[in-house]
Design a protein around this ligand. Structure first.
Ligand code: FPP
Length: 236
């Protein structure tokens, strides 16, 4: 398992609503059970030696959901951050966030900032919560920053551009996982996933367990990443 450990795994946690429906419950029940799956993903990533785990927890487009679901999700987030903080500290986990964080309810912003501040010197796994996030929003935001800084055209390259994205300290994801039996990217990390390996396990998010992550990492280790080169070039 220690061979070719992916440095960064990103996850689109989809299927909570359908999972709840399948159990004859309200949608929020699916989100609540999704927290256990989040815990499994974090523990599994830590055990596998992954350095960064980015979780798509709330997209820009999720603001269009019914108000009760948005409120319940924000409450759940506040509660989960509060409850998990001690465990994050014990396990040397650092928390970060990307997205339009200012658009989150104040209580959520405060809880998040507190957890980010408390865990900032931890050196193990880094969890990045994508909140009020979308790839297009991030790219447009980067362009705005470039204009604001008056950067000359000659200095805007594919290497300098990521400096203006939300978090330029994190390598692009090696693996992107989407649960929920949907096969799309849904506006997640559009710039960063240019050469990411994609995985679509046919399960709903609340059913995700460590073993799913280990199986995906094992399959990833069998894949050959060529980055546009030939297979023969990679073997040299
Ligand atoms: C997508 O499922 C899931 C979300 C929009 C929210 C994800 C939130 C959690 C897993 C809970 C808390 C997270 C953290 C980080 C503590 P969906 O509602 O779109 O499902 P559906 O496609 O079946 O309707």
């Amino acid at each position: 398992m220690r061979k070719h450990i992916p440095e960064h795994i990103a996850i689109i946690m989809d299927g909570n609503g359908r999972w709840a429906e399948e159990h004859g419950k309200e949608r929020i029940y699916g989100h609540q059970n999704g927290v256990e799956a989040v815990r499994n993903a974090i523990e599994g990533a830590g055990e596998a030696g992954v350095k960064f785990l980015t979780l798509y927890a709330f997209s820009t487009e999720n603001w269009n959901r019914p108000k009760e679901e948005i409120d319940a999700l924000m409450q759940l987030l506040v509660k989960a951050i509060k409850n998990e903080l001690e465990g994050l500290m014990q396990n040397n986990v650092r928390l970060q966030a990307i997205g339009n964080l200012k658009s989150l309810p104040l209580e959520c912003q405060e809880e998040l900032q507190d957890a980010i501040e408390t865990t900032k010197n931890n050196t193990g796994l880094t969890i990045v919560l994508a909140l009020s996030y979308s790839g297009r929003w991030e790219i447009v935001n980067a362009v705005k920053k470039i204009i604001e800084h008056g950067i000359e055209e000659q200095f805007v390259t594919q290497y300098s551009f990521p400096i203006f994205l939300c978090n330029n300290q994190i390598p692009d994801p090696d693996i992107l996982i989407r649960t929920g039996r949907e096969y799309r990217i849904s506006n997640f990390l559009l710039w960063q996933i240019a050469y990411t390996e994609l995985f679509f396990p046919a399960i709903l998010w609340p059913d995700f367990r460590k073993q799913h992550l280990f199986d995906i990492i094992a399959e990833y280790q069998m894949r050959q990443r060529r980055f546009g080169k030939t297979g023969a070039q990679i073997k040299i």
